[in-house]
Design a protein around this ligand. Structure first.
Ligand code: ADP
Ligand code: MG
Length: 474
């Protein structure tokens, strides 16, 4: 029997299953707008706002929909869609690619009810388990984004946008910078914060590639008007990596019109690119000028302190305890990509869990050989001597000759110790570089440095400072 109340109940059960597997944002965007229509036997009919909406959920959420409906109504259950009538598109919509599919024919072309164009069964073709490829990832928040000089403006602007989407002077907010510097993180943080605040309803994060593919598909299937209606209904549109629109004239044109509509109606637009608008090639001038209507803010590679803070933060997030020496080693050597900093941590965590041992500097160096090139680590003894003598303001000759003056001895011992730490040289070779001293002298020096570093904080700090200078020089 057809029954609306039962339909509601069944759909609620489905939703509670779906809800568990997707983010709140995705749920709100794609599932809240769907309403149950009727239940007839094991056939549930739901109403979706548009063809585009239907296609989106069919291509992105088919497996989870299937799971929810079979868990609720049994294995042979059927989910049918009705598509709400859109004023500007009175034609009956017959998706030929789907009705030719032998299984989904079931339920097709049934006479549609009021305000309804068509209904058809779920597409049983290959499951797409990648549930939310273009949506917000809730791990990207402002809380987890480390501030630094390198991202200060971009972050502040992003935060301001998230406070008042649409009604601020940063529209569009255009964030640019190199790979792995946190652009995606930052713009998703905007989306997540706005979603949480409930200030606007329709939030969409989309990569420019996805936008392009969907647009091309909509041309092929004669659904361009639907595509643009869909985007024109978004309140906060976040498009990542717009540099990929380069040379794609039709896509640029479509985006230009969507941009204008949204901008005119006070909707917020956020964009990222790997370069500033002025350096973007094969773009229509009018689009580039729009990109600069609001604020273009760059993200630079983080400085050393920020890199250390990011590493500390990420390690703490994973409850991974790492020696500050190791953190510094990574931070000093991986300088222009935050994703790579994370990669180092992941590697060390794997290493630690394999060996069950905590990671010391030597182990880190070994484990990260393919990221932090050993050639960089293979310093010469001479260059270490140079850095140490510069640090103490003494001449190179004085460092290696026979002087027994206490402060020279201290510098010499530290130089030997660091030569042992940073080079693959034998004790004998090191001794040879320090005025042909015996290898036992080198051993003695290393022991002495180690002991003093362990018992004297000031001494340790000196040693760390020099070590950092050496690492910086690599
Ligand atoms: P982009 O989009 O610029 O290529 P992403 O946003 O994907 O870079 O950032 C790469 C990785 O580095 C992500 O895991 C992100 O969380 C992290 N990341 C980048 N910048 C920061 C930062 N300032 N604080 C914390 N994590 C960051
Ligand atoms: Mg990115």
């Amino acid at each position: 029997m057809v029954n609306a109340a039962d339909a509601r109940e069944v759909w609620q059960k489905c939703l509670s299953i779906i809800k568990k597997e997707i983010t709140v944002q995705t749920y709100r965007t794609w599932f809240e707008p769907i309403s149950p229509v009727s239940l007839s036997g094991n056939e549930l009919m739901v109403l979706v706002p548009s063809k585009f909406h239907y296609e989106w959920i069919e291509s992105h959420f088919v497996s989870i929909l299937r799971k929810s409906i079979t868990q609720t109504l049994g294995a042979s259950s059927i989910l049918k869609y009705q598509i709400a009538r859109e004023e500007d598109d009175p034609e009956v919509f017959i998706p030929e690619d789907r009705i030719q599919d032998p299984v989904s024919v079931q339920g097709n072309r049934q006479p549609a009810g009021n305000g309804v164009k068509l209904s058809y069964g779920t597409n049983p073709k290959p499951l797409n388990d990648d549930l939310v490829p273009n949506n917000l990832n809730d791990k990207y928040t402002f809380d987890t984004f480390i501030k630094g000089d390198s991202n200060q403006l971009a972050r502040a602007a992003a935060f301001a946008v998230s406070e008042n989407p649409g009604s601020n002077s940063f529209n569009p907010l255009f964030i640019y910078g190199g790979v792995g510097l946190g652009k995606t993180h930052l713009i998703q943080a905007i989306g997540n914060r706005v979603a949480k605040s409930g200030k606007v309803r329709n939030i969409l994060y989309v990569s420019s590639e996805r936008f392009t593919v969907d647009f091309v598909n909509s041309i092929q299937h004669n659904r361009v008007s639907e595509f643009s209606t869909f985007y024109r209904n978004v309140d906060l549109l976040i498009v990542d990596d717009v540099q990929f629109f380069s040379g794609k004239e039709k896509t640029q044109e479509e985006f230009f019109h969507i941009f204008n509509t949204l901008h005119q109606s006070g909707k917020q637009i956020v964009l990222t690119s790997d370069r500033p608008p002025k350096d973007m090639k094969f773009f229509e001038e009018r689009l580039l000028s729009r990109f600069q209507w609001g604020l273009a803010a760059d993200i630079q590679a983080p400085d050393l302190e920020t890199r250390i803070a990011i590493l500390n933060h990420k390690a703490a997030q994973q409850e991974f305890v790492l020696d500050s020496e190791v953190i510094e080693f990574i931070a000093v050597n991986v300088t222009n990509n935050v994703r790579q900093l994370e990669g180092c941590l992941v590697k060390l965590m794997a290493q630690a869990s394999l060996t069950g041992a905590s990671i010391n500097l030597g182990m880190a160096r070994d484990a990260l050989r393919d990221i932090i090139k050993p050639s960089k680590i293979n310093l010469s003894i001479e260059s270490i001597q140079r850095i140490v003598s510069e640090y103490f303001g003494i001449s190179h000759d004085l460092l290696i000759d026979g002087t027994r003056k206490q402060e020279i001895v201290r510098a010499r011992q530290i130089a030997m110790y660091l030569a042992k730490e940073f080079t693959q040289s034998s004790l004998k070779t090191i001794g040879n570089h320090f005025g042909r001293r015996d290898h036992t002298t080198v051993i003695h020096s290393c022991e002495s440095v180690k002991n003093q570093a362990e018992t004297n904080d000031k001494y340790k700090k000196t040693l760390d400072d020099i070590r950092r200078k050496i690492e910086m020089s690599m």
